[in-house]
Design a protein around this ligand. Structure first.
Ligand code: PLP
Length: 365
């Protein structure tokens, strides 16, 4: 292999799906979050694979992401977490379920639905229980319940949900418990008159830390792709993505020589460097430069020297037996994206969703 390739291992996706299913009670549905190109993988291939495993729902951030799934033939219900006023026509046209998080979206949905003469259109009401990002105030629950009764033929209250702010952080357990309590009070408002509504509040870390709050559905993203912000679960999950590249050229720097743009690396001693064909335009951000990030070459860590260029990085191979053409692993089974991200002060989510579309994807079923 002579270029940078992102392998998408569908067998690992199936493995992670099975692991997550085992954490859920029998009547809890699983919504697989496939936003942001399936967390940097390939949303359509990931979705097709999950359909074959019996997934119940998909979640995407934006309408266009849902439209892409529909155009690829995905018939499974799709929840759009963050629809905008400007694309509600497309949302309805492609039978995507809307997250209704504020009055203007609710009003616009009602108007569109009447205009298009649609009935029982499924929507999910989103409540803000402490993340303060999107959602109705929990105090509005009863008013909204009345509104849904009044508009019963046009809107179907398919779901009621909220999102946790710090489910991965056990030092914030009290805060999360408070969010869950507020959510349970919202559930109590709706469930007597809406026994068929799907209530959902847990993301990956929620499933692992607060399994008692599964209700009838959970929304998992990162864990499907192999990371869980959780030591014991991380050990059981398998990374879907392997990012591999090759050594393009090797240089020997003598003491005092400098490397790369702005001469950011200065050799303190004789240094052997390898130049690799991927850079910040591929998603290896400049934060990984200057010794923070690293890649694996022949089983050893090679740290990134100097500034990350747009199309290349240079790594330290002084103590590594290697040559031009050798395989380089950036992330993979023995090179955790979480650890790499942490080395530069960020998280696996950012690293994998930032892998740009320039990198060739290779599906491995
Ligand atoms: C992205 C997202 C998720 C998935 O979270 P993970 O931590 O990746 O499991 C769930 N719910 C909402 C509202 C999201 O935006």
């Amino acid at each position: 292999m002579s270029e940078t390739v992102l392998e998408i291992h569908l067998s690992n996706l199936r493995h992670n799906y099975t692991f997550l299913r085992k954490q859920l009670s029998a009547n809890t549905k699983l919504l697989a979050v496939v936003k942001a190109f399936g967390y940097g993988s390939d949303a359509i291939e990931a979705a097709k694979c999950l359909v074959s495993q019996g997934v119940d729902y998909f979640g995407v951030a934006y309408v266009q992401e849902g439209v892409n799934l529909r155009k690829a033939g995905i018939k499974t219900p799709i929840l759009v977490l963050h629809p905008q006023l400007s694309n509600l026509d497309e949302l309805i046209e492609h039978k995507l379920e809307a997250s209704v998080y504020c009055q203007p979206i609710l009003d616009a949905m009602l108007l569109k639905i009447k205009e298009l003469n649609v009935s029982h259109y499924p929507v999910h009401l989103k409540f803000n229980t402490g993340l303060n990002r999107l959602g109705f105030d929990p105090k509005d629950a009863t008013t909204l319940l009345e509104l849904f009764k009044d508009n019963a033929p046009s809107l179907l209250l398919q779901g009621v949900y909220s999102h946790l702010a710090a489910s991965d952080d056990l030092s914030e357990r009290t805060f999360t418990k408070t969010q869950l309590k507020i959510f349970s009070e919202i559930v109590d408002v709706f469930s007597p008159t809406h026994p068929k509504t799907t209530f959902h509040v847990l993301n990956t870390s929620g499933v692992l830390h607060f399994p008692e709050a599964q209700y009838n559905m959970v929304r998992t993203g990162i864990s499907l792709y192999g990371y869980a912000n959780h030591l014991s679960a991380d050990a059981l999950l398998k990374p879907v993505l392997t990012l591999r590249t090759v050594i393009s050229q090797i240089h020997i720097l003598e003491k005092g020589d400098t490397l790369g743009y702005n001469r950011a690396f200065v050799a303190k001693a004789r240094t052997k460097t390898a130049t690799l064909p991927l850079g910040h335009a591929d998603g290896i951000g400049r934060i990984y430069g200057n010794g923070k990030g690293y890649v694996m070459i022949n089983g050893q860590k090679a740290s990134i020297l100097g500034n990350v260029c747009m199309d290349m990085i240079m790594v330290n191979v002084t103590d590594i037996d290697c040559q031009v053409g050798d395989t380089v692993i950036v992330i993979g089974p023995n090179a955790s994206a979480e650890n790499l991200a942490n080395s530069a002060g960020t998280i696996s989510y950012e690293f994998i969703t930032g892998l740009s579309q320039r990198i060739k994807r290779k599906i491995i079923s």
